[in-house]
Design a protein around this ligand. Structure first.
Ligand SMILES: CC(C)(COP(=O)(O)OP(=O)(O)OC[C@H]1O[C@@H](n2cnc3c(N)ncnc32)[C@H](O)[C@@H]1OP(=O)(O)O)[C@@H](O)C(=O)NCCC(=O)NCCS
Length: 210
């Protein structure tokens, strides 16, 4: 079995994840990208097409990190990779501060400058992006993306596949449902139902491009 990691994704988010994996002392073998990906990503070869996942598995690779910002695509590829027997590893920056009582799933990215406080749970395949803070007792679901500079107060819940745009803030004890989109810079002061897009200060439900 090969120890080197395969990175799924070859864009900007993948670059950050590759450097993060390297700071963890890991070696990345190559990236898997789409048809329009560049031929290399941070000097690593980019294999084009999802079919390379199965090919690399047959060649003995078993450790994978999915470095794709889109929740929908990350979730789909995560399921595919698990079916093929990959281990989805975590990419955790040594410059993040994570409470010893926090619990993280697999396939999680935690970028530099992040703070995750006591008894918070982060679900599989979620991204806690650069300098975000997730305070005590938060429940972050699976395949969630908390963008850079977000601040979640204590006891906030975020449902599976939700996305919090850059710099958004959430006051304590708020529940955000599944598949929610919170616009950049919003301040969430009340519960947000599943499937809703909300934005602004305070964040209000909107219907974009009806
Ligand atoms: C919410 C969002 C997804 C909407 O994008 P969109 O569908 O392309 O929407 P548009 O840019 O066409 O804007 C639609 C309307 O919403 C308003 N709007 C868009 N984003 C807003 C925001 N974050 N806060 C307040 N209003 C916003 C626009 O001003 C526009 O208003 P108008 O119709 O009165 O002119 C996007 O603006 C956003 O905030 N994305 C977050 C990106 C991010 O944080 N990425 C992090 C990557 S790590």
């Amino acid at each position: 079995m090969k120890k080197n990691i395969v990175v799924m994704g070859a864009g900007g988010h993948a670059k950050v994840c590759i450097e993060l994996l390297r700071t963890m002392g890991e070696n990345v073998a190559c990236c898997i990208g789409g048809p329009d990906s560049p031929p290399t990503c941070l000097y690593l070869p980019v294999l084009k097409g999802d079919e390379n996942l199965a090919l690399l598995r047959s060649q003995g690779y078993s450790r994978l990190f999915i470095a794709i910002g889109s929740n929908k695509i990350r979730g789909r590829l995560g399921a595919l990779a698990l079916e093929q027997g990959y281990q989805l590893i975590n990419a955790i920056s040594p410059h993040a501060v994570i409470s010893p009582s926090a619990r993280l799933g697999f396939g999680v990215a935690v970028m530099a400058g992040v703070v995750i406080n006591a008894e918070t749970r982060i679900g599989h395949l979620s991204i806690i992006n650069t300098s975000a803070s997730v305070d005590h007792d938060c429940q972050i679901g699976q395949v969630v993306h908390i963008a850079p500079q977000c601040a979640l107060s204590g006891n906030v819940a975020v449902g599976n596949y939700s996305f919090l745009g850059i710099g958004s803030k959430v006051i304590p004890d708020v529940n955000i449902g599944e598949n929610v989109m919170i616009g950049a810079g919003s301040v969430v002061i009340s519960h947000i139902e599943t499937g809703v897009t909300a934005m602004g200060v305070p964040a209000k439900r909107v219907i974009l491009h009806p």
